[in-house]
Design a protein around this ligand. Structure first.
Ligand code: ADP
Ligand code: MG
Ligand code: ZN
Length: 209
């Protein structure tokens, strides 16, 4: 059983690709706190309106009520005095302004659980997640299942041609892919490239007589 810090707040990060179970994991951790009769609040960026504005909803239809905010700083204005746990979903959409907010919450003694995509549709680190992972006490990396080959998947393959970093969507716009099957600039249903062989190792030096 995990022992949590006492007399202090801390930061937890749940990261991974789309469909890797980040929101499920966030909901599960928050539910346990609700059973423990802790005061909790979940926030998400208003940009993410895929299922509902007033709830975080996983792709497996688990859900919990949340507050949608326009800016990370709004979170600090919406805290009740007796709050002890804050969950934040889709952290990657808040940008760098999320960092001081999360630090401030943890420094006030709160458990802060941050879920978000660690890579964008091109496989680039998605700020501010790398920074959050660096300052967090606990980091959990989730993996989805590659929709092409079934391997563990850590990339989000965009299925549309848009080159905007933010395109809100679920399985209509993205699918989970492993390193081998991920093709960052491939749009739509183009054929998947075969695996390239790794470079051959240099022959071993002949043994000395
Ligand atoms: P995330 O928040 O990381 O996008 P969710 O927690 O919302 O993920 O959803 C995880 C659920 O998505 C899984 O439990 C499963 O039911 C469903 N799912 C759909 N596609 C996949 C996939 N390729 N790999 C794993 N789970 C998937
Ligand atoms: Mg999610
Ligand atoms: Zn694959």
């Amino acid at each position: 059983m995990q022992r949590f810090p006492e007399e202090t707040g801390w930061i937890e990060v749940i990261c991974g690709s789309m469909f890797s179970g980040k929101t499920e994991e966030l909901i599960s951790r928050i539910r346990r706190e609700i059973y423990a009769r802790k005061q909790v609040r979940i926030f998400k960026p208003r940009t993410d309106d895929r299922y509902a504005v007033g709830a975080v909803v996983s792709h497996s239809s688990l859900e919990l009520p949340c507050v949608a905010v326009d800016h990370a700083a709004d979170i600090l204005r919406l805290l009740d005095d007796d709050l002890s746990v804050v969950g934040i979903d889709e952290c990657q959409f808040f940008g760098e302004e999320l960092l001081p907010v999360v630090e401030s919450l943890a420094n006030r003694g709160l458990r802060v659980i941050c879920a978000g995509l660690d890579q964008d549709y091109l496989g680039r680190p998605f700020d501010p997640m790398p920074h959050l992972m660096a300052v967090a006490e606990y980091v959990t990396k989730k993996l989805a299942v590659c929709m092409v080959c079934g391997n563990p998947a850590n990339r989000s393959q965009r299925l549309t041609a848009s080159e905007s970093r933010v395109v809100i969507g679920a399985d209509d716009a993205y699918e989970a892919r492993c390193r081998r099957c991920f093709h960052p600039r491939e749009a739509g249903d183009q054929p998947v490239l075969p695996m390239t062989s790794p470079p051959a190792l240099a022959p071993a030096a002949p043994e000395r007589p």
